[in-house]
Design a protein around this ligand. Structure first.
Ligand SMILES: [Zn+2]
Length: 402
C-alpha cells in the first residue's frame, strides 16, 4: 500500500530494472547492471522472477548474433500485459491515464469536479478508475492483461497514503489510499502531485537523461518535485519540496498554509491576477486568461506585473539551485500559458542570485504538455510499488525464482 519506503534489495532492484527499461527501452543485461550499479550476475539472478511473472521478456538480438557471432540477450518490458492507472486530483478536475509498463498512455480521461468534499471527490476518482480500467483492458485485449495498481497525485503534504494537509483542496487528514484501495480493489499509492510529475519527467519526459533535476509547477500554488541521484526526494515525512512556502516576505500576505509572506502569496497565478486587478482597477480581471489577454494587447500594467512575477519566481529558482544544484529545472503548470512574459525576468533573477556556477550549469525547460505527464508519473509510482511487493511474485515457482 505504501511507496517510498525502504524495501528489500531484491525488490528495489526489480524497480530499478523496470525504471531503466522505461527510460531507455530494450536494454542488454550489461546496460541494466550499469544503470542499477550492480554486477551483471546480480541482474541475471533478478530477471527470471520478472520474466515468470510476465513483466518483461528476454529476446536474442539477432543482428548482433549475426555480425559478432555471439548472441546478446535484450530485455524489454512486456507491453500491454500489465497496466497501471494514474490520477491527478486538482481543485477543479481529476485527470487520469492508464498506461502500460513502457509508460505509454493506453487511455485517458478528465472529469470536472463541482465539489471538494473528500468523500465525493474520492467517489469520482473511483468511478474514473473503473472506466479507465475497462477501456485500457479493452484496448490491449489480452486475456492475461491486468491492472497492477493505482497511483494518485494530490497537491499538499502526503504521507503514508494520507493527505496530511492540502491547502489547495482544503483537505486535512484525509485517508486516501485505504479508501481508494477498498473502492477500486487495486493496490493504491498516494503521492504529492508534483512528486508524481517529477517521477514522470525523470522517466518519460525532459528528465530522461538527467539524474539531478527539479520540477517547478507554477499555477494556483507553487510546487516542486526533486529527483536527486536518480531518486525522488520526499524528505523524512513526505513534505520535501514545498517551494511555494518559502517564507520570503516579512509580514507579507496570508498564505493558504496558515503562514504569511510565502513565495506563493506573491508569485502564484492568484497573486498575479490580484496585482493586475488592483493596479488597473479593472474588476473584470478575475483569472489568468484575463491577464494573458491584457498582456497580448500590450497593457503596460499587466506586462509589469508579469515581469515582477517572473523575477520573484527567478529568485525562488536561485534559492532552489543554490540548495540542491540540479542539472535541469523543468517548469510546468497553468502559468506556462504566460511563460513568454515570465521567462526572461525569471532567467535574469535566477542568474543574478544563484551561487557560483549553480545556474550557468543548469538547463531550464518548459513543459507545455498539460496534465498528462502528471497522470503518467502517478501510474509509474503504482508500477514501482507493485514490482516491489513480494506478493506480486507469489505465483512464481521456487525453481524459477532463484
Ligand atoms: Zn504558505
Amino acid at each position: 500500500m505504501r511507496e517510498l519506503v525502504l524495501t528489500a534489495p531484491a525488490q528495489r532492484l526489480h524497480g530499478e530494472i523496470l525504471a531503466r527499461l522505461m527510460r531507455a527501452g530494450a536494454s542488454s543485461r550489461t546496460q541494466l547492471a550499469d544503470a542499477a550499479g550492480v554486477d551483471v550476475s546480480t541482474i541475471v539472478r533478478a530477471l527470471p522472477e520478472l520474466v515468470a511473472a510476465g513483466w518483461i521478456s528476454e529476446t536474442v538480438d539477432q543482428m548482433q548474433a549475426r555480425t559478432r557471432g555471439r548472441p546478446i540477450k535484450r530485455v524489454a518490458v512486456r507491453g500491454g500485459h500489465h497496466l497501471a492507472i494514474g490520477v491527478k486530483i486538482g481543485p477543479e478536475r481529476i485527470v487520469g491515464a492508464v498506461t502500460d509498463l513502457a509508460g505509454d498512455v493506453i487511455a485517458a480521461g478528465t472529469s470536472p469536479l463541482d465539489t471538494r468534499d473528500p468523500d465525493r471527490v474520492l467517489a469520482a476518482v473511483s468511478e474514473m478508475v473503473r472506466v479507465l480500467a475497462g477501456r485500457g483492458l479493452a484496448v490491449v485485449d489480452q486475456p492475461e492483461a491486468r491492472v497492477v495498481g493505482l497511483g494518485v497525485g494530490v497537491g499538499g503534504h502526503v504521507s503514508k497514503g494520507r493527505v496530511v494537509t492540502s491547502p489547495i483542496l482544503g483537505w486535512q487528514g484525509v485517508e486516501v489510499s485505504t479508501v481508494l484501495a477498498a473502492a477500486t480493489r487495486l493496490p493504491t499509492v498516494v503521492a504529492n502531485d508534483v512528486n508524481a510529475l517529477a517521477a514522470g519527467e525523470h522517466l518519460l519526459g525532459y528528465g530522461r537523461r538527467v539524474d539531478d533535476l527539479a520540477v517547478l509547477t507554477i499555477g494556483r500554488g507553487l510546487g516542486c518535485g526533486l529527483v536527486l541521484h536518480g531518486r525522488l526526494l520526499v524528505g523524512a515525512d513526505g513534505a520535501a519540496g514545498e517551494f511555494g512556502h518559502l517564507p520570503l516576505i516579512p509580514d507579507g500576505p496570508p498564505c493558504g498554509c496558515g503562514g504569511r509572506g510565502c513565495l506563493e502569496t506573491v508569485a502564484s497565478d492568484r497573486a498575479l491576477v490580484a496585482a493586475v486587478r488592483a493596479r488597473t482597477g479593472d474588476a473584470d480581471v478575475c483569472e489568468l486568461g484575463d491577464v494573458e489577454r491584457l498582456a497580448a494587447a500590450g497593457d503596460q500594467v499587466a506586462l509589469e506585473c508579469l515581469a515582477t512575477t517572473g523575477e520573484l519566481l527567478g529568485r525562488g529558482i536561485a534559492a532552489l539551485v543554490n540548495l540542491v544544484n540540479p542539472a535541469l529545472v523543468i517548469v510546468a503548470g497553468e502559468m506556462v500559458s504566460v511563460i513568454d512574459h515570465l521567462e526572461a525576468p525569471m532567467r535574469r533573477a535566477a542568474a543574478e542570485h544563484a551561487f557560483s556556477s549553480a545556474w550557468s550549469n543548469c538547463r531550464l525547460k518548459i513543459d507545455r504538455g498539460g496534465d498528462e505527464m502528471w497522470a503518467r508519473g502517478a501510474a509509474w509510482l503504482a508500477i514501482r510499488a507493485a514490482v516491489m511487493r513480494p506478493e506480486t511474485f507469489a505465483r512464481v515457482s521456487p525453481e524459477v525464482a532463484v
